[in-house]
Design a protein around this ligand. Structure first.
Ligand code: UDX
Length: 442
């Protein structure tokens, strides 16, 4: 089977690699020539575990990438659209790339005179009703009534996570197929059952439910995080309280579940902040309200400042004090700093004239693009700690978890540690260094 993937960003390239690795012929398309030349050299434009190994295996065998959308549409039975739908300043989703792509696909379809029935699958996250009220009419208009007979649009949101994209895509907990057309439903079910040898859960639903599932899913997970962060901030104030113990216990209740209960400096990344803002905007425009999600958003906006409070509680005035930040990416195993809490925290500390040193295994180049020479980039954990008066852990990289108290004592001017990700065993650390851990009341 030949499929197309349009947009080779994080989702598109991960999807392309897994499809190609499972024997599907994939034609990937992107407009960014720099990105294409990197992929054609078997190098992923972003860091993601396993992706380069798969590229090495599949490129120019079952995966071909270039900028030729027309050829991609012509040769494919299913075209997965994975272009970005970033946030506008009011939180609404910017659908420009998606509309442009769908318009172009329709124009190319007009020129093709074969008998194929093609399905355009929208993987990009969109507000509910977008596909039926905007995308389908746009494609119908441009492709002179091919819709339903030779063309259909389907919603198939993606749930993969950065840092474990290949694993998530290879073993998805669920595949949602949102379509109102029987033929499309049959074809898409056949595609995914063959791809995963029937071993996965497929849910068939309507287009609008599929769109809503993606927003609701991400909103619920973000709410779980804000909820536990709220509890962590309360625990900070209660001597002897520990959010980790509380999260472990409530997570054992099968009605709650243990995942996404890790307190931290706030969620970031390319999805949660954007999708929460997008859902809130969608709800507001329709005259409804969702106070619970507003709180999720507000708690997350304030959470980085809880970490700054923890720093100032220990250091007092931070002017001219040297602070080391370990971890810049929005989570471990990625070089992505989109909406990363580290950006907000470093900006605020710089405004208060602190001196900042940073270290991250993967994200330093991206951070340099924002902060340039305003901060010091350390190649090693040791040099980042050297002469520092406070060390803040912002990302839970495994390398940071392995640091022993003696390293802080050896390299820092004063061994003050703010563990905003709970990577250290507080009982082991507390008698040796001055440690404040998020959600651990002292
Ligand atoms: C998320 C969704 O999980 C995924 O299904 C969707 O397709 C895209 O958005 P991603 O943004 O890659 O994936 O990462 P995720 O692991 O969900 O983490 C998002 C943010 O929440 C990170 O900043 C992470 O550090 C934070 N987080 C996550 C917590 O603070 N605590 C947790 O318990 C879990």
């Amino acid at each position: 089977m030949n499929v197309g993937v349009v947009g080779l960003g994080f989702v598109g390239l991960s999807v392309s690699c897994v499809f190609a690795d499972k024997g599907i012929n994939v034609h990937g398309v992107d407009i960014d020539e720099q990105k294409l030349s990197m992929i054609n050299e078997k190098k992923s434009p972003f860091y993601e575990p396993q992706i380069n190994q798969i590229l090495d295996k599949v490129l120019n065998k079952s995966l071909y990438v270039n900028s030729n959308l027309e050829e991609c549409v012509k040769n494919s039975e299913i075209v997965f659209v994975c272009v970005g739908t970033p946030s506008n300043s009011d939180g609404s989703s910017n659908l420009d790339y998606l509309k442009k792509t769908c318009k172009e696909i329709s124009e190319f379809l007009n020129k093709i005179h074969d008998e194929k029935f093609r399905i355009i699958v929208i993987k990009s996250t969109v507000p509910p009703q977008t596909i039926e009220s905007e995308i389908i009419p746009l494609m119908e208009k441009k492709s002179s009534n091919l819709m339903g007979t030779k063309l259909d649009i389907c919603s198939n949101p993606e749930f993969l996570k950065e840092g474990s994209a290949i694993e998530d895509m290879s073993n998805p907990h669920l595949v949602i197929i949102g379509t109102n057309n029987e033929k499309t439903k049959k074809k898409m079910n056949h595609f995914y059952s063959k791809l995963y040898s029937n071993s996965i859960n497929i849910m068939n639903t309507t287009i609008v439910n599929s769109e809503l599932i993606k927003y609701t899913n991400n909103s619920f997970l973000a709410t779980k995080i804000s909820f536990i962060n709220n509890i962590a901030n309360i625990c900070n104030k209660i001597p002897g309280a520990d959010v980790e113990i509380i999260a472990e216990a409530i997570g054992m209740d099968p009605r709650i579940g243990k995942m996404f209960l890790k307190a931290g400096p706030g969620y970031g990344g390319s999805c949660f902040p954007k999708d929460v803002a997008g859902f809130l905007n969608f709800v507001k425009l329709r005259g409804y309200s969702m106070p619970i999600l507003e709180s999720t958003h507000n708690i997350n906006e304030k959470q980085p400042f809880e970490i700054i409070k923890m720093i100032k509680n220990k250091l007092g005035d931070i002017e001219n004090k040297t602070i080391s930040i370990l971890g810049l990416s929005f989570k471990k195993n990625t070089d992505d700093i989109r909406e990363a809490v580290s950006i907000k925290i470093v900006k605020s500390l710089l405004e208060q004239n602190a001196k900042i040193k940073v270290n991250d295994p993967m994200a330093m180049d991206n951070f340099r693009k924002i902060f340039g020479e305003q901060i010091e980039y350390s190649d090693s954990i040791e040099s980042c700690l050297s002469n520092s008066e406070c060390c803040v852990i912002l990302t839970e990289w495994d390398d940071f978890r392995k640091i022993q108290p003696k390293k802080f004592l050896e390299f820092m001017k004063k061994p003050i540690i703010i563990d905003a990700r709970r990577v250290f065993d507080i009982n082991k650390f507390k008698d040796l260094v001055d440690i404040t851990a998020l959600g651990h009341g002292q």
